[in-house]
Design a protein around this ligand. Sequence first.
Ligand code: HEC
Ligand code: HEC
Length: 365
Amino acid sequence: MKLLATGWGKAARLALLIGTLLALYILAQARHDERAHIREQAVKLTPGCADKLARYGLAAGASYTSPYALAHSGQASIKRGYSTEDVRAIQRGCNIIDDLQGQLAADPARERWNSTRFVRGTHTSCDHCHQGIGDKQTAAGAPQAGSLSLAASWVMADMYDQFTGILLPYELRQMQCYINSSNGYKPNVADDLIRDVTAYSRFLAAALDLRFGNHYAEQGIDEVTASSTLKRGDDYVRGAARYKEKCAHCHGPQGLGTVVDGKMQYPAVAGPNAFNQQSRNNFSFVSTILPGFLCRNMPLGEEGSLSKQDCRDIAFYVSNMPRPAGDKDGPLAALWQQLMMRVMPPLIQAVDTWQGHDAPRDTGT
Ligand code: HEC
Ligand code: HEC
């Protein structure tokens, strides 16, 4: 009798194990089919991507000739063409950079590979920093120096990271941006999100006729060091005044950004939707990058109008506004930053109102 019972017990355990494995297998298969299905769908482009990709003549075919290269050098640069599958990957990559969270998508989850899994904020997007959908150009149509161009960074596909000295492939550099610049989590190196953005960056490089291994001025940031200013030191108070004058009408008096109809019109530079404390954009972590970004890319429409001293002062001020803790800051810092992000903005607003200032409000959340 006892022998029979243990026999049944064993069989039940075995059945449970096989059942669990089978369920996991079916789940993995379903996920795989879902991804294959998304890959085969026609892509609905964001208005920005529709415009850009049409201008660069993206189409499936045996060869690709860049209209940009033709217009700029007068010579046709003929390259190997793209399959329809390639074209869809490039289109999805563009959409991801332009609209990471799918605010312009009919079905955000599917059209953006559920990218919201990887970001904590509700309004962060790659294009906030990698402007012009990763290909920012001056009014004259030349690539903007120091604009974090994805095309120019692709042709430096395996690059030494200047801070760690480690050779980072393009995929890893994207992953870094998910963690700290977008304050989120790291996608898998072979995630469709990463692959599509890589396909898009590679296409941009072909469209702009960039040469592999070359360094271009639009790659990365034109850093602004303390020694390149008048050496008066970084001035927080001056930064606050300049921020109020030059930035607050777009990014909000407390840097929380401006949201119109649920869509981010001007991104947050502080608070839950901003880069975190361990992002290289954070002045107190790396002091040269944010000033470099500002000098080349802000204020929008008046790029290049700030002095180096302005850029450093403003960056110093901005980085002192409350923002999420970084991935290596630990739970206490995370808790503290959460507290500061929740408590400070309403408090400052209340004090302003109490003092009788008709202070403009941040609309970002
Ligand atoms: C808050 C600003 C910010 C956001 C948002 C951001 N990035 Fe970046 N990104 C940067 C900065 C700054 C660098 C350069 C860092 C450096 O020089 O070490 C960079 C570098 C990169 C690079 C490497 C470029 C190079 O030339 O080395 C890639 C690729 C990249 N980002 C992709 C992305 C993707 C994809 C997203 C969206 C998920 C994103 N970034 C979001 C600021 C940002
Ligand atoms: C006319 C409105 C406007 C003004 C003025 C302006 N910005 Fe921006 N800023 C933007 C927009 C819009 C973006 C997002 C980029 C895009 O969509 O092209 C942006 C992006 C940024 C980013 C990167 C995004 C991020 O998530 O961190 C920072 C930092 C920034 N601005 C700081 C500043 C500072 C500092 C000033 C003042 C010197 C300033 N901006 C002035 C509109 C503005």
